[in-house]
Design a protein around this ligand. Structure first.
Ligand SMILES: *Cc1c(COP(=O)(O)O)cnc(C)c1O
Length: 411
């Protein structure tokens, strides 16, 4: 009988005991509020996250989605304004744009699953702000992206929900743009259930985001906020859109942040194990990671380029029957966390056939740290067997690239 994987793709690692003890201490003391007097877990987390990313300022907030919206608000993005963003991302990204009344203008995706920089260059004049989503942890050529954006006067906000702990050429993800936004929701790289973080070097933007988060007159109780002078001209001009993080979640996060490097190593081992098992499978294309990208392999993607939808759906179904959960961005209806720009009818977009072609081919799998390397080998074996079992299409046209991708392995 064919081997089956019985682990759970949604079971996260337990919270470290040290973090549980810190959270319990906060509760015992009855000091959950973000501005409870005395030693503040929230302020300490902000100081530690600023140091971790090398940013001057950091702010802990209620969610990653809140962080994105707050960054846009701080930049003065308002109703009707166009905001450039990735066509390949998750629903909270266009959602953050919609939450300030603005409208997303989507930029294409490459087969490396990063933003299409040629398309970005072509559209750069259409907006003031780029909300760049490092979707599934794939970091684009940030040097070229910043050249394009600087030349066009585009301000970059980075959605680092999948890149906390990642870097491009040694620069931490979130530190190229004006503002970096992170999520501490359970399925990201540190887990407080829900939560988010913001970083910036810009004192005025930081002050605006602190006030937006509901600082009342307690901005001096923040851990990595700018000095009082930065707040003076802003009082009364910035609305209170309450959403700072509470002390329990901050207490849960501080010990996890200290372990993030070790967790990144553990994820990389799992990622490389699955990747090795999927090499040389006919018709299956892996995303080769650039040498200058430090990534956190909390999920893995691969493409079945040129495959008919029914064949991809067949692979997904056969893997699911053996306990392996693949997510497909090509499905007609959104499933689970997977939806695409075509489904976001609150933010209508012109059809993007190049994006559709890549999304139709893209499969995505979570790699929780609760999986062992043995689990990862079994998972890769199951996917490889099922992809081989579903015959890849014989391309009808003379498209050499599709031919090579869909044909048998070379060598
Ligand atoms: C999770 C996620 C967000 C939003 O984070 P929350 O903390 O869940 O609000 C934003 N962007 C991407 C790409 C995400 O995966």
């Amino acid at each position: 009988m064919a081997a089956r994987f019985t682990g759970s793709f949604t079971r996260q690692e337990p919270i470290p005991e040290e973090a549980i003890a810190a959270a319990v201490a906060v509760m015992r003391a009855g000091r959950l509020h973000r501005y409870a007097p005395g030693e503040s877990e929230v302020a300490a987390l902000e100081a530690e996250f600023a140091a971790f990313t090398g940013a001057r300022h950091a702010l802990a907030v209620a969610s990653g989605g809140y962080a994105l919206a707050s960054a846009l608000r701080a930049l003065g993005v308002g109703p009707g304004e166009a905001v450039l963003t990735n066509a390949f991302t998750l629903a909270p990204v266009p959602g953050a744009i919609a939450s300030v009344g603005a409208r997303p203008v989507y930029v294409g995706v490459t087969e490396a699953l990063t933003i299409d920089l040629d398309d970005l260059a072509a559209k750069a004049g259409a907006a003031r702000v780029l909300l760049l989503s490092h979707m599934r942890g794939h970091v684009c050529d940030m040097d070229r992206l910043m050249r394009i954006c600087d030349a066009a006067g585009l301000t970059v906000v980075e959605d680092c929900a999948h890149t906390m702990g990642a870097a491009w050429r040694g620069v931490p993800s979130g530190r190229h743009g004006a503002i970096g936004c992170y999520s501490t929701q359970s399925y990201k790289h540190v887990d407080s259930g829900e939560g988010g973080l913001l970083v910036t070097d810009d004192a005025e933007l930081a002050a605006r985001m602190v006030l937006l988060s509901g600082a009342y007159m307690f901005h001096d109780r923040h851990g990595a906020a700018p000095p009082p002078e930065s707040f003076e001209p802003l009082h009364g001009t910035v609305p209170n859109v309450s959403g700072r993080m509470d002390a329990v979640r901050a207490a849960l996060l501080r010990p996890q942040l200290r372990r993030l490097g070790a967790r990144r190593d553990a994820w990389l081992q799992r990622y490389r194990t699955v990747e090795a098992g999927l090499r040389c499978v006919p018709g299956l294309v892996l995303v080769e990671r650039p040498a200058v990208e430090t990534f956190v392999g909390s999920s893995i993607q691969f493409l079945l380029p040129g495959w008919p939808a029914a064949a991809v759906a067949d692979v997904v179904g056969r893997c699911a029957a053996r306990g392996v959960e693949l997510k497909w961005f090509g499905a007609a209806r959104p499933a689970g966390y997977t939806s695409t720009y075509r489904h976001w009818s609150h933010a209508p977009a012109v059809p993007m056939p190049g994006v559709d072609r890549i999304l139709r081919a893209t499969l995505d799998m979570r790699l929780p740290l609760s999986f062992s390397l043995t689990d990862c080998r079994l998972i890769a074996r199951i996917i490889a067997e099922e992809v081989r079992a579903v015959v890849p299409p014989r391309p009808s046209g003379g498209d050499a690239a599709t031919d090579a991708a869909a044909g048998p392995p070379v060598g």
